[in-house]
Design a protein around this ligand. Structure first.
Ligand SMILES: C[S@@+](CC[C@H](N)C(=O)[O-])C[C@H]1O[C@@H](n2cnc3c(N)ncnc32)[C@H](O)[C@@H]1O
Length: 219
């Protein structure tokens, strides 16, 4: 299976702040990273596309998961992120289902094959320095047909975002994330939903870009 550095130049994944991510994330930040309209767009998307029941993994989780409960009624929601206090404050994560793990040091997920019906990664993909390894792990822990949904806007913590993210436009971010699906292999149709000024969103609102794909059925 292709590794990130087999496919992309190493310079793409350099960051201004190369100190261990744990130092940056040890302080809880109980804030949302997109405005109310973008959160509503994300919640509506989850209502439209996620299986109404089943097990979800919120990857790179914090204190909110933006799930449109009760439109979706997952049996289980697991969080994996960098800060236990942030995830402990998240009312949508199940008790005892919080994992603190630095995906940039350890991309292997602590879950069994086919454990999840959906994996969500909200406004965080720009921080991954081994995206193909993480995508392959997400693929492993999803059931066939399970959805991996990635959302992002145009804001980030620049010191921790990858060089390729900072050097590219919103449109190029869509292409970059699509390339992570393609190069990590084993996904069905990649789809996108966009909320920005070009799609009629008023000036001043945060844009939101959502890419998702199902795990392709086994051959
Ligand atoms: C901008 S916040 C987004 C949080 C949440 N997904 C949301 O929608 O509000 C970025 C999140 O990415 C997580 N994160 C950043 N670097 C990470 C890493 N190396 N490994 C795992 N999680 C990471 C942090 O825990 C943080 O909660």
């Amino acid at each position: 299976m292709p590794r990130t550095l087999d496919v992309y130049p190493q310079e793409y994944f350099k960051r201004q702040d190369e100190t261990p991510d744990m130092l940056f994330y040890e302080q809880p930040r109980p804030v949302v990273h997109i405005d109310d309209e973008a959160i509503l767009t994300l919640s509506r998307f989850y209502a439209d596309v996620l299986p109404a029941k089943g097990a979800y993994l919120d990857l790179m989780a914090s204190w909110r998961s933006h799930l449109p409960v009760p439109l979706v009624k997952p049996d289980r929601v697991v969080g994996l992120g960098m800060n236990a206090a942030e995830m402990g404050d998240n009312p949508q994560l199940d008790e005892g289902e919080i994992w603190v793990q630095n995906l940039n040091e350890e991309p292997t997920l602590p879950f069994a094959d086919g454990e999840f019906d959906a994996v969500l990664c909200a406004v965080s993909i720009q921080y991954l320095i081994q995206p193909l390894e993480v995508f392959q792990e997400v693929h492993r822990v999803l059931k066939p047909g399970g959805i991996f949904a990635i959302s992002f806007s145009n804001r980030c913590f620049p010191s921790k975002a990858t060089a390729v993210w900072l050097a590219t436009t919103d449109q190029q971010h869509i292409e970059l994330v699509a390339s992570y699906f393609i190069n990590s292999e084993g996904w069905g149709e990649i789809q996108a939903r966009v909320k920005n000024q070009e799609t009629g969103s008023p000036a001043g609102e945060d844009p939101l870009y959502i890419l998702w794909a199902p795990k392709a059925p086994e051959e």
